[in-house]
Design a binder for this molecule. Structure first.
Ligand code: NDP
Ligand code: 8X3
Length: 254
């Protein structure tokens, strides 16, 4: 059976780096994202190495997802891998100052979008069977609290539990499920989070030697290529420069 991979959010960051890494190894690819120009350019470039199918898709649009997946070309009928990568954080303001629309967007993308792609693609992964795998992009934000993480961190806690629960239901199918939980990584993620503010982006990564998208792609490539009898349940990674802050204590002024 051929090695075919479906990636949500392949137009930048981890998704794009994964597309390049797996194309290099000859995997056939289905790549998705909302930014059509970028997606087309990437597909055209990678088509020189492997078979690629691009889908301009918003993972929040359940109907569009259903239609696009139902109409995948026959040569992508079975999947060895699904990388549920499309996701975002919006803002770091404290909860009382947040815009409810931003909270909706994070839940709709990180939770519901991931739910849609998983459910719709499960039959194709099960059809591949032994050796297939779902890679979910969780985060350290799903493991540890920090100020301004509120709904973003909660969506990643969903990803963590959903990944574990899925494993139970997939027992006997051979399909593996892994939750990749990165810390500080340099990508457009922070431009999106800070609404395009380049100075805040620069300050976030300055002097921190953050993880790069290629590092995540290499990790995911390893996870999907471990022997078929092994399931990496979760893999948390941080740059060496990043550790944990202490507990916050508010003290009486008197
Ligand atoms: P990027 O912003 O570089 O990439 C995000 C990708 O998701 C883009 O391709 C974007 O494509 C796609 N996307 C966003 N919203 C939608 C949508 N509604 N429908 C379809 N695609 C969408 O960020 P990263 O590569 O860094 O992040 C990838 C994942 O990793 C996210 O889930 C993020 O939460 C997680 N993560 C990131 C960390 C980091 O520090 N960077 C650390 C831990 C986890 P387009 O805009 O074209 O639709
Ligand atoms: C992204 C990592 O620490 O900014 O998920 O939440 S963090």
């Amino acid at each position: 059976m051929s090695n075919t991979l479906f990636i949500t959010g392949a137009t930048s960051g981890f998704g794009e780096a994964c597309a390049r890494r797996f194309a290099e190894a000859g995997w056939k690819l289905v790549l998705t994202g909302r930014r059509e120009e970028r997606l087309n350019a990437l597909c055209a470039e990678l088509a020189k190495q492997t078979e690629v199918h691009g889908l301009v898709l918003d993972v929040r649009d359940r109907k569009a997802m259903e239609e696009a997946i139902a109409n995948l070309p026959l040569s992508f009928a079975t999947l060895r891998g699904l990388i549920n990568n499309a996701g975002l954080a919006l803002g770091v303001d404290p909860a009382p100052k947040c815009d409810l629309d931003d909270w909706d967007t994070m839940v709709d993308t990180n939770v519901k979008g991931l739910m849609y792609s998983t459910r719709l693609l499960l039959p194709r992964l099960i059809a591949h069977g032994r050796g297939a795998g779902i890679i979910n992009l969780g985060s350290i934000a799903g493991n540890y609290p920090y100020p301004g993480s509120h709904v973003y961190g909660a969506t990643k806690a969903f990803v963590k539990q959903f990944s574990l629960n899925l494993r139970c239901d997939l027992q006997g199918t051979g399909v593996r499920v892994s939750n990749i939980e990165p810390g500080l990584c340099e990508s457009e993620f922070s431009l999106v989070r800070f609404a395009g503010d380049q100075e805040r982006y620069n300050a976030t990564y300055a002097g921190a030697e953050p993880i790069q998208p290629q590092d995540i792609a290499e990790t995911i490539f390893w996870v999907l290529n471990t022997p078929a009898h092994i399931n990496i349940n979760s893999l948390e990674l941080m740059p060496v420069s990043q550790t944990w802050a202490g507990f916050a204590i508010e003290r009486n002024k008197a």
